[in-house]
Design a binder for this molecule. Structure first.
Ligand SMILES: O=C(O)[C@H](O)[C@@H](O)[C@H](O)[C@H](O)COP(=O)(O)O
Length: 266
């Protein structure tokens, strides 16, 4: 598989691909390797998904050889964010993952930790945090040595054209949430207005975070994030994603990377 270029920007790794097919294969390789090492080390692989184009780019991990070689029975699925709609609604991130991934590979139904769609956003957020707390207590989910936050093995995020990640939008109060692991919003600038989301402390406590960003309309935000200094940048939530002790990888296509200076590529 031809990896177009790998760039290191301080602690971030950028993997830039000429085609979406290459990107999807590299993403599958990356996740399969991570799953293997986490299962060997801890017996589980805890992965949190977001919505959007990311899910389509996970298609290769559902195909040969990964559909047979990955130890799916050890996977636990979570959502980094969810829209407050019923699970069979076209806007549901659970439905997106169910149709795009969960139907295609041998997952264990009790390992699929989706959010409750039958209660209010607030109740569903509280319930989800409670579920995560139980799984931290039993060490299905690892715990951060630095905070008492859950340490997901992998949090997969997309990024909106204005730099939002999960359901953390530019200049929104949810970016300031330091105590809760899961929060909710009723005024999302993108429809639907009600959403549930991991908070930044949880995202930044993960042992691996991958941002999967494609398309020309993301190029400017990608450039701003890469050139921005510091993480105190509520106008650009993606810049606030900097795992405390974990690894951060950006999977980009050449359109999303088109405004970057790639002269330092290796
Ligand atoms: O439910 C959501 O809205 C998503 O989790 C959101 O954070 C998404 O990942 C970005 O908006 C990027 O989406 P695209 O890749 O489709 O642009």
């Amino acid at each position: 598989m031809a990896l177009s270029s790998v760039i290191h920007k301080d602690t971030r790794e950028l993997r830039i691909h000429e085609s979406l097919d290459e990107l999807s294969t590299d993403l599958a390789d990356y996740i399969a390797e991570l799953s293997e090492s986490c299962v060997k080390e801890r017996g589980f692989f805890c992965i949190a998904l977001s919505g959007g184009s990311l899910v389509g780019l996970l298609r290769k991990i559902c195909e040969a050889p990964y559909n047979k070689t990955v130890d799916w029975a050890r996977w636990h699925f979570f959502w980094a964010d969810e829209r407050v709609v019923s699970k069979n609604h076209p806007d549901s991130n659970y439905k997106l993952a169910k149709d795009g991934i969960l139907f295609k590979v041998p997952v264990i139904p009790s390992h699929v930790h989706s959010m409750n769609d039958a209660v209010s956003a607030e109740a569903a957020a509280n319930e989800y945090e409670f579920t995560i707390r139980q799984l931290v207590r039993t060490r299905v989910i690892d715990v951060s040595e630095i905070s008492d936050c859950p340490k997901f093995d992998l949090v997969l995020l997309g990024m909106g054209p204005h730099g939002h990640v999960a359901s953390l939008f530019p200049d929104h109060d949810a970016l300031n949430e330091k105590d809760e692991w899961v929060t909710f919003l009723t005024d999302s600038p993108n429809p639907p207005p009600e959403r549930i989301t991991f908070t930044l402390p949880v995202i930044n406590s993960a042992s691996h975070v991958a941002l999967v960003v494609t398309g020309e309309n993301k190029a400017e935000a990608v450039k701003s994030v890469m050139n921005g200094a510091g993480t105190d940048c509520p106008s650009l939530p993606a810049q606030m994603v900097r795992p405390t002790s974990g690894k951060l990888v950006w999977f980009l296509d050449s359109a999303a990377a088109s405004q970057l200076d790639v002269s330092s590529s290796s």
